[in-house]
Design a protein around this ligand. Structure first.
Ligand code: CO
Length: 287
């Protein structure tokens, strides 16, 4: 057994995206702050409507997946083909944009708390131009595990705890991601086995944790070394964090805003396709 250690801690930086939505970006704040295949991780959390009301009007994506996880509030997702999805607290939308989606993500509230995450996960070259797919996961379908001092939600992947397997609702993703939302009471330890060669990231959004003696605070992303397991202990005020693992793709990444391809030429093609209205050519698969 090799325990994962902390290889780097990234402070989430305040930023804005869409039409002035205030976010905190950890992964993806620069091209040096990624962990293959994870490209970007944004947290949005505000109870001031001015911080989120502009939403994310119509914009394209090509070459990767976007995962939206809502903890509070409501968001309407609409694509250029007329497909709609309503995201409310606890729901997930896993969108494999692949060859192209043009969509908007707009808040469905004018006051109150809006809290959630958007994660971008890369696709391997051979899947970047496939038919897009949505997996809309209502909160009730997310697998929940509870143990003394611990509550966790399995959004994607399969984990083992105490000899039992817990499978999340998201399936059919080549990078085999595991996406966990973990809540720990004060000073509670949490040990989770992980596929040894998968990239591992923890993002703390309440309290703090220690990983092999090092502290990771609220608003920090911890990049983990390779290993068969992760050992975390919550601080005196408890902790809540996302734990993400996935198989690295090990291919060149060329990003231009919402287009993530392998070469400059493919980016230029994406820009041309978008400008010429040839971006969305196939209806997505919805499951
Ligand atoms: Co988007």
């Amino acid at each position: 057994m090799t325990a994962r250690t902390l290889s780097r801690v990234i402070d989430a930086l305040p930023s804005s995206d869409g039409a002035g939505v205030r976010i905190k970006r950890s992964l993806g704040q620069s091209q040096f702050a990624r962990m293959d295949p994870f490209l970007m991780l944004d947290e949005f959390r505000s109870d001031d409507a001015a911080d989120y009301i502009g939403g994310f009007p119509s914009h394209p994506h090509r070459g990767f997946e976007t995962v939206t996880y809502m903890l509070a509030g409501a968001m309407l997702h609409k694509d250029s083909l007329g497909n709609e999805g309503h995201l409310k607290a606890g729901d997930v939308q896993w969108m494999t944009a692949a060859r192209g989606i043009v969509h908007s993500e707009m808040p469905q509230q004018e006051e109150g708390l809006m809290h959630g995450f958007q994660l971008w996960i890369n696709l391997p070259a051979k899947e970047k131009m496939k038919t897009p797919r949505y997996q809309d996961i209502p909160s009730e379908r997310i697998t929940e595990v509870s143990e003394p001092g611990l509550a966790l939600r399995v959004i994607a992947g399969t984990i083992e705890r105490g000899g039992k397997r817990h499978e999340g609702p998201v399936s059919g993703i080549t990078t085999e991601p595991t996406y966990l939302d973990v809540t720990l009471e004060a000073n509670t330890p949490f040990i989770q086995s992980t596929p040894r060669e998968h990239s591992g990231v923890i993002y703390v959004f309440a309290g703090e944790i220690t990983v092999v003696g090092k502290t990771v605070k609220n608003g920090q992303a911890a990049l983990l070394s390779e290993g068969d397991e992760v050992g975390v202990t919550a601080g005196a005020a408890g902790a809540r964090f996302l734990m993400l693992t996935a198989k690295p793709i090990n291919e060149p990444v060329v990003q231009h805003g919402p287009f993530v391809m392998n070469t400059r030429e493919e980016i230029e093609q994406a820009v041309r396709d978008f400008q010429n209205g040839r971006f969305v050519s196939e209806a997505p698969v919805i499951s």
